[in-house]
Design a protein around this ligand. Sequence first.
Ligand SMILES: [Zn+2]
Length: 572
Amino acid sequence: MSGRYDKPRTLVAIATYNERENIPVLLERIHGLGEDLETLVVDDDSPDGTGRLLDELTAADGRLHVVHRPAKLGLGSAHQLAFLYAIRHGFDRLVTMDADMSHTPDNIPQLLDALEDADMVIGSRYIKGGTCDYRGYRMFLSVCANTLARLLLRLPFHEFTTSFRAFDVKTLNELRCTKLRSRGYSFFMETVFRLHSAGARISEVPIQFRDRHTGVSKIPRFEILSGIAKLFRLTASSITGRNKFKPAAVIDDKCCYCGSSFMVEIYPASGSEAEGREGAEAYRCSSMDHKNTPQVVQCLQCGLMQVPGKSQPEELEALYSDVEDPTYIDNRAARELNFEKTYERIEPFLPETGAMLEIGAFCGLFLAQAEKRGWRCEGIEPSRWASRIAREEVGVEVFTGTLDDNRESLRDDYDLAIAWDVLEHVPDPYGLLTGIHRMLRPGGILCLSTLDRHNWLPRLTGRHWPWIMDMHLQYFSRDFFEGMLARAGYEVVHVTGYTHYATLPYLWRKAAAQLPGGFAALLTPLARILPSALIVPVSFGDVKLFIARKHHDADAAPEQAPDGLGFSHRSD
Ligand SMILES: [Zn+2]
């Protein structure tokens, strides 16, 4: 019996950012090692055109696979993507290495030989036969980092910080070793630690490491600090026995933005299913009980953190149409002040007056503010209760339902569109942005607020960030959102922190509800003695206000979602 399928299929994966010079040479040398080696390059939209060059090379050589990502998403997630790619595409062995020629392809056969008796092989500079031509400070840093990792993590290895490794793909799949949280270089240390604690057989082979010829250090200082922080966290978890390997959930879903199936779980769902995810009650924005949190995953291809489609409630539209929130309207004075202040903040970017549409207008309080200033206002709102209040009590034109439900009644030349705290609630935010785009005149303005998870508060609180709740399906970062606006045909004009205004008792109850049961019960009643006339501004920077303009130029019309986004990958 002979034939190509008898041989193990091997994938060599490389992450690139501005490697136009090195990548053709490196790929040629890898492919020169043998017919059976295939390569995967994950490119983070390199400004130097590495991505375009890769597309040309792919056309010429079927052994090369390329995944384009729309932004610089980091080494850790590129390597995680390579793990999933190797698993999904049926490879038997995976080699990972740097793109800058610091790793020599000549070492690949030694790594693969050693993989015969191991689940993971580390290419090591610091065992007999290994070399490293670092000098001075970089050598000192590298030796210190690896010695410290060896001693603190109590692992019998000498190398933790290079990417030059070989993996048995079956082991990666069985251990579902995708639940790695590090972004940058500390990813490599974490991989050794997690695979070792999961019982994988790991060995080391010597490699010859060359300092990259340009001589420019690629390791930013914050990487060093975050590496140290990571090392101490891993050490603590090994001492407390919390290093037990928990395999990641398999995410059988597609990203709502880019359509990629390379997604990993960031947070599992928490809270009691038995008590029920209590229907429309949980979808009131003033609800104090958002203790249930959804499963949150991250797309490794575009970076969007989201609740996957299969974990979203089935009757989402029905839930929103049933929402009733008397507390909201009881706090009317604070809400009005909130919208008055918000209007003042966006006013410098608006035309004098004109026709305006608000998506998610709720009780119409913002529309009322805008109408006072001369705008001709219309709104749409899925909640039957809120849209009725808007029409009957506030006296503004609000249609019940979604944008799609009401397309017939709406114009296609609004001067201004508003969407306060809406985009994080919808299953297809890109579809909503392009939908709004179609209803604006060229040059029309879109103002919206949404979440920014690249902020100190979510970084500090992790899964306890108060905005992680069942009704939020999307967790954007500012950079991601700006990229999505640009792709949808808008020019970003201004971005700033969004300030909410609320009464002191309301804020007190909201903050107390975040605390564990006993504390919440103890502290919540104190809200009654706080002066309800006192309205205070709240801004942590984790909610951002975006002001964007629809491009005048017709060529900048939105691209199709999700398949036509231009960063899908070429698969076999
Ligand atoms: Zn995606």
